[in-house]
Design a binder for this molecule. Structure first.
Ligand code: NAG
Ligand code: NAG
Length: 264
């Protein structure tokens, strides 16, 4: 009787619980991190060593469990947004690292630490990087592909470009995508010419100086004008007084002449 009542009120729950369905399979998680490194094809070759290809797997993080014998690692065409410090620290033989075509916008200082001795080529092209931090590339004297990012060129960018350990050729064909006022002319300029031909810091510093100089000059001119106007007005008034005095004097002289003429 009770079972029948429950069946009328809550048909779904009672039916499923009585049928004892097997648990649903866990959802496939291809959209996040590869949990199994075996999804990345690996190839071992005598001369180049172990190549691991984790391209195009919609990865959001660096997969865990990479062999420390990896010499070439392809992580291109994924959804990785940032690299944390020591991400590759255990890959002491890594010579080539491809992180192109991801969503990288933040590289933590030290994210490439441990690679200075082995790394020969680093590809960071086609990402969302806007600022260069020399601490990120500390000790990495390699050619890096930095093209097709959203580099913002300002004074600090210029200063940082000069302190990079990376091979200078890495800055060729790397284009400034944005810049701040008053240096918008730097948009479209390559980082090489930014370092060699531009002075973003100078113009930023110089413009307030020029402005204050012009202001001072205008003040001085104004002061000078006031001064000359004052002198001019004074001379006019003084001349008027002088003329009046002269007039009085000649009138008095005429008067006294006529008086003396009358007296004689
Ligand atoms: C890789 O790791 C193993 C065990 O942790 C270690 O014995 C081996 O020397 C390491 N190889 C390299 C090239 O670092
Ligand atoms: C750098 O990367 C871009 C896009 O990923 C590619 O077209 C270009 O050939 C690469 N340049 C070098 C020097 O490897």
């Amino acid at each position: 009787m009770l079972h029948l009542l429950l069946l009328l009120l809550l048909p779904d729950i009672v039916m499923t619980s009585s049928r004892r369905l097997p648990p649903p399979p866990p959802p496939r998680r291809r959209d996040s991190q590869v949990l199994n490194i075996r999804l990345c094809p690996q190839q071992r070759m005598p001369t180049v060593g172990l190549t691991v290809r984790c391209s195009n797997l919609r990865l959001t993080k660096i997969p865990a469990g990479l062999s420390n014998r990896t010499t070439r690692l392809f992580l291109d065409h994924n959804l990785i947004t940032s690299l944390s410090s020591g991400s590759f620290a255990h890959l002491r033989l890594l010579a080539e690292l491809d992180l192109s075509h991801n969503q990288l916008s933040f590289l933590e200082a030290g994210c490439f630490s441990g690679l200075a001795a082995s790394l020969r080529h680093l590809d960071l092209s086609s990402n969302q990087l806007s600022a260069l931090d020399p601490a990120v590339f500390s000790g990495l004297k390699v050619h890096a592909n930095l093209t097709l990012n959203i580099w913002n060129c300002d004074c600090s960018m210029q200063v940082r470009c000069r302190c990079l350990d990376l091979d200078f050729s890495s800055l060729e064909e790397v284009i400034c995508r944005t810049s701040d006022l008053p240096n918008l002319g730097a948009v479209g300029v390559s980082l090489v010419s930014l370092v060699e031909d531009w002075d973003l810091c100078g113009s930023v510093k110089r413009s307030p100086d020029v402005l204050s100089l012009v202001t001072m000059l205008l003040w001085f001119l104004g002061l000078l004008l006031c001064f000359f106007y004052y002198i001019h007005q004074n001379t006019v008034v003084a001349r008027r007084h002088f003329d009046y005095l002269q007039f009085l004097q000649t009138r008095d002289m005429k008067k006294s002449k006529t008086i003396s003429n009358i007296n004689f």
